[in-house]
Design a protein around this ligand. Structure first.
Ligand SMILES: *Cc1c(COP(=O)(O)O)cnc(C)c1O
Length: 523
């Protein structure tokens, strides 16, 4: 039986009372004042009124956040099989090392002689990631997968510019099963997107691809295994088709967990790849901290005469080793680099997390990660196959890699109960819901990824619960519409939750909207 704590918890701004404080700002020490002198803040940037901060004592703050965590659910509570997100357990040893003050207290402008240990770790990580992906060089600079994609697209742009082809290169090809960030990144980089369909077996439709490829194609973005959890079997042929028109292949590394240690994008013909440290390499996602999306390249020649290769286009600083001085140092971006996408080097904390993860597992361990992730997916598929109303679309008889996508279209047609309703039923059982309605090419999609960290028992319970839900649905189709009953927050109105009228990312925006809509002012 599952019960989530249900506190009726106000916003922190609605708690506390005037004049209450949980933190004291120390007086400026005389010594500092004597050294730096009177601190003068220019009129222009000075606040004219007090910041509207909540006023709470320390104990009120602690209780507020503790109650919120009790109403919350994460990978430390139970399975989070969000397909495509690779929500694996975040090993505490990596946390311990990454939160060492000798790492967290470093200033990015510190003398590099004082951060040799950190630089050595980052240097090794660059090499390991290049090795795992089969690429030649990696920059740890981008802050997330989508950020790495943008870096990749800007590199593709720069590549064609340097080859004098930027005028004619207009399109990026993306399969219809792609993650939304792919077309978004291509568009941000100034390209139009051509979508190619998947064939029945889940591979890209090669004839459709051939029919759109010509000299105007700048490149192709694809993840392999695909978001359907299927390995793209024609990838080498696809690479040839794109290379024939001097296009570049971009590897979206979000699904690396399905092939790590067994196959490498570099060997498949990819020129640029990103890696999601917070997916494949065990760093926490979202609320757990910032991400990291290193971007890696093949050392492909761009201009023989000038000696420019793809490596020179990488963003941000690379960590290099000076043999003579026996010292690690930060190499400034080359004059052909796409430049900096954020301040300083990458998000160091998740990078160190990834470093520890790789170090801890070693080459054999990383292969085992893949084996277990793939085994878990296919075992789950076996458990739910032949469940009435559920189907495995695309490549029906092909084994899946890291994840599986189930369609509840039949169930929906039979009963009116949707993928969303199934998700709510899983929440009620104390599980996290899968990703739903993605990839877009599958109707009533449930996208499930257990990763290597899930136990056999939990996978069986998850499958059992889905079968129970289906059974209930066929006998009483009204019941699922009432789910969830056991969670802290009941069913939310997903249209409202995404409507600009109601979305308020900050307290100030919330107050503004409250005022605007209560006075009937127009949006
Ligand atoms: C997660 C994901 C991305 C984006 O990565 P972020 O790190 O979330 O920015 C891109 N493509 C696929 C297939 C993904 O699953």
């Amino acid at each position: 039986m599952f019960r989530q704590a249900k506190w009726s918890e106000p916003l922190i701004f609605e708690l506390g009372n005037n004049g209450r404080e949980g933190f004291l700002v120390p007086e400026l020490e005389k010594e500092i004042l004597d050294t730096v002198g009177e601190i003068h803040i220019p009129e222009k940037i000075r606040r004219t009124k007090e910041p509207e901060l909540p006023m709470l004592s320390e104990v009120e703050v602690i209780r507020h956040y503790t109650r919120l965590t009790e109403m919350s659910y994460g990978v430390d509570n139970g399975p989070v099989p969000l397909g495509s997100c690779t929500m694996k357990y975040n090993p505490r040893i990596a946390w311990e090392i990454a939160s060492d003050p000798r790492i967290t207290e470093i200033h990015p402008l510190q003398d590099i002689r004082t951060i040799q240990g950190l630089l050595e770790m980052l240097y090794e990580l660059q090499k390991w990631l290049a090795n795992i992906t089969g690429m030649d060089y990696c920059s740890l600079h981008p802050a997330a997968g989508a950020h790495g994609e943008l870096a990749g697209i800007l590199m593709i742009r720069k590549y064609h510019e340097l080859r004098g082809n930027s005028e004619k290169k207009k399109y990026i090809i993306i399969p219809d099963s792609a993650h939304g960030t792919n077309p978004a990144s291509a568009a941000m980089g100034g390209y139009s997107v051509i979508e190619v369909p998947s064939s029945k077996d889940g591979n890209i439709d090669i004839d459709a691809l051939r029919s759109v490829v010509d000299e105007s194609v700048a490149g192709l973005m694809i993840t392999n295994p695909s978001t359907l959890g299927l390995f793209e079997e024609n990838i080498v042929e696809i690479a040839n088709i794109i290379h024939e028109v001097d296009g570049l292949l971009y590897y979206d590394g979000a699904n690396l967990n399905g092939i790590m240690g067994y196959a490498r994008p570099g060997d498949m013909g990819f020129d640029i790849a990103h890696i999601n440290i917070h997916k494949t390499f065990g760093a926490p996602h979202g609320g757990g901290g910032p991400g990291a999306g290193p971007v890696c390249v093949k050392d492909k020649m761009i201009d023989e005469d000038k000696g420019i290769s793809l490596k020179d286009l990488l963003p941000g600083y690379l960590v290099e080793y000076d043999e003579e001085k026996q010292m690690y140092y930060l190499k400034k971006p080359s004059e052909y680099s796409i430049g900096a996408l954020k301040a300083f080097f990458g998000n160091t904390l998740p990078l160190i997390w990834g470093y520890v993860y790789i170090l801890m597992l070693g080459a054999k361990g990383l292969r085992m990660v893949t084996e277990h992730a793939v085994l878990n997916t296919n075992y789950f598929n076996k458990l739910i196959e032949n469940t009435q109303g559920l189907e495995l679309p695309y490549g029906k008889d092909r084994p899946r890699k890291h994840e599986t996508v189930i369609s509840a279209e039949k169930l929906y047609q039979d009963t009116g109960v949707s993928a969303e309703d199934i998700a709510k039923g899983l929440l009620d059982a104390g599980f996290y819901a899968p990703t739903i309605y993605f990839p877009l090419i599958v109707k009533e999609a449930l996208m499930i990824e257990f990763t290597e960290s899930e136990t056999l028992e939990n996978i069986e319970k998850y499958a059992e619960r889905i079968k129970d839900i289906v059974k209930t649905t066929y006998s009483n189709p009204d019941e699922p519409k009432k789910w969830p009953r056991n969670t802290a927050v009941g069913r939310i109105d997903i249209v409202k939750a995404n409507h600009p009228k109601y979305v308020a990312p900050t307290w100030r925006v919330y107050l503004k909207k409250l005022k605007r809509y209560s006075t009937g002012e127009k949006q």
